[in-house]
Design a protein around this ligand. Structure first.
Ligand code: SF4
Ligand code: SF4
Length: 349
């Protein structure tokens, strides 16, 4: 299965041979849902128990079409991972996706991610993982950190890791992060100030992308900068060079983990992920083009015209970017490029 030549993309076709190209998407994160039993402070979305929009639930057809598309675009290097929200919230759908992929001989499943909320007994974990294993599960990634464990008992994580290791073998179980699981921090019964001290210490050890819910509490715990100090950062490399996209159940396609900037919308059966990659020209995208050329500071002028008031300080360029986008997302005429509301903490759009 050969890779699609880069020149097949509309933007790339206009370039000279030596110009940097819009990269081929090799990896797709299928966001099966925005629903999650947790509400982690670090979440780059606003996932939670209240994110229950049925339109955002990814159909099996959407998942499989994107999976086939990335294999067609990137050949043997094309891969998918199944994520959320929490993908185990609808176990039946997980099974159906894997069953169909297996029946078609579709390869390239990188991993399934989970926060282990469902891992309440050895039997449940064993039953599900043995079943998924026969359906082609490759790697199970289990999240565990200071933020997740405010919502998910650490005992479930440990049980999940123990049984998954027995069923899948140690090489097919990723724990993010194992050192935390072995020496967890318990923030229950702690004051807000104590939690913030713990988050600040954690951020020194493991940086988080400051977008989504992470902007609400974590941003203020980092060293602050005025927006003018962020003027030298553009996102050309991050956006044009991204080989990884996320797709949500609505069909929105996001670059890497820049959720909420809609590169385009899949509309099956007429417009697929492959069609989007082939036709995408970042110069035509009113937000992407500015971010790529000038970075988030480039959005300030038009945002201010629309009524945005810059904050005194920001943690970094992604915080600034998200803050402006969150404002613009509520303005009319932005929904084709910024959204859905759940990426911005607005559950009603
Ligand atoms: S970070 Fe993951 S587990 Fe936490 S709320 Fe977001 S989707 Fe759920
Ligand atoms: S500044 Fe915005 S576009 Fe650039 S990497 Fe951060 S979130 Fe993505």
């Amino acid at each position: 299965m050969p890779e699609t030549p880069l020149e097949k993309n509309t933007y790339n076709a206009q370039l000279k041979r030596s110009d940097p190209k819009f990269k081929l998407w090799h990896s797709v994160g299928l966001m099966l849902t925005y629903w999650c039993p947790a509400k982690c402070t670090c979440c780059y979305l606003f996932s939670g128990p209240d994110a229950q929009d049925a339109r955002a639930e990814m159909s099996v057809q959407m998942a499989l079409t994107c999976w086939r598309n990335v294999r067609k675009l990137a050949g043997h290097r094309g891969k998918v991972h199944l994520t959320g929200g929490e993908p185990f919230g609808n176990y039946q759908r997980l099974k159906e996706i894997l069953t169909t992929a297996q029946n078609e001989g579709l390869q390239g499943l990188e991993k399934i991610e989970t926060n282990a909320y469902w891992c309440t007994s050895k039997q449940i974990i064993r039953d599900r993982l043995e079943e998924l294993n026969t359906l082609g599960l490759t790697v199970l990634q289990i999240s565990t950190d200071i933020y997740h464990q405010e919502y998910i008992p650490i005992e479930r994580v440990r049980l999940a890791v123990e049984v998954a290791t027995e069923v899948l073998g140690p090489d097919r179980v990723q724990v993010r992060w194992r050192d935390f699981m072995e020496d967890p921090v318990d923030l229950s019964n702690k004051t807000t100030a104590q939690k913030h001290d713990a988050y600040a210490a954690e951020l020194q050890k493991r940086p988080e992308r400051i977008v989504g819910r992470a902007t609400e509490e974590l941003a203020a715990l980092l060293p602050q900068k005025k927006w003018q100090e962020l003027a030298q950062f553009n996102c050309k490399r991050a956006l044009l060079g991204a080989r990884h996209v996320h797709v949500d159940g609505f069909g929105h396609v996001f670059s890497g983990t820049c959720a909420g900037i809609i590169l385009g919308k899949i509309d099956l059966p007429t417009f697929s992920l492959e069609d989007l990659w082939l036709s995408f020209d970042y110069q035509d995208h009113p937000v992407f083009s500015i971010l790529a050329e000038k970075g988030p500071v480039g959005l300030i002028a038009s945002a201010t015209e629309a009524g945005y008031h810059p904050q005194k300080n920001y943690a970094n360029k992604c915080h600034l970017c998200f803050d402006i986008r969150r404002y613009l997302q509520q303005c009319k005429d932005s929904s084709a490029f910024l959204g859905p509301g759940i990426c911005y903490g607005n559950l009603t759009t």
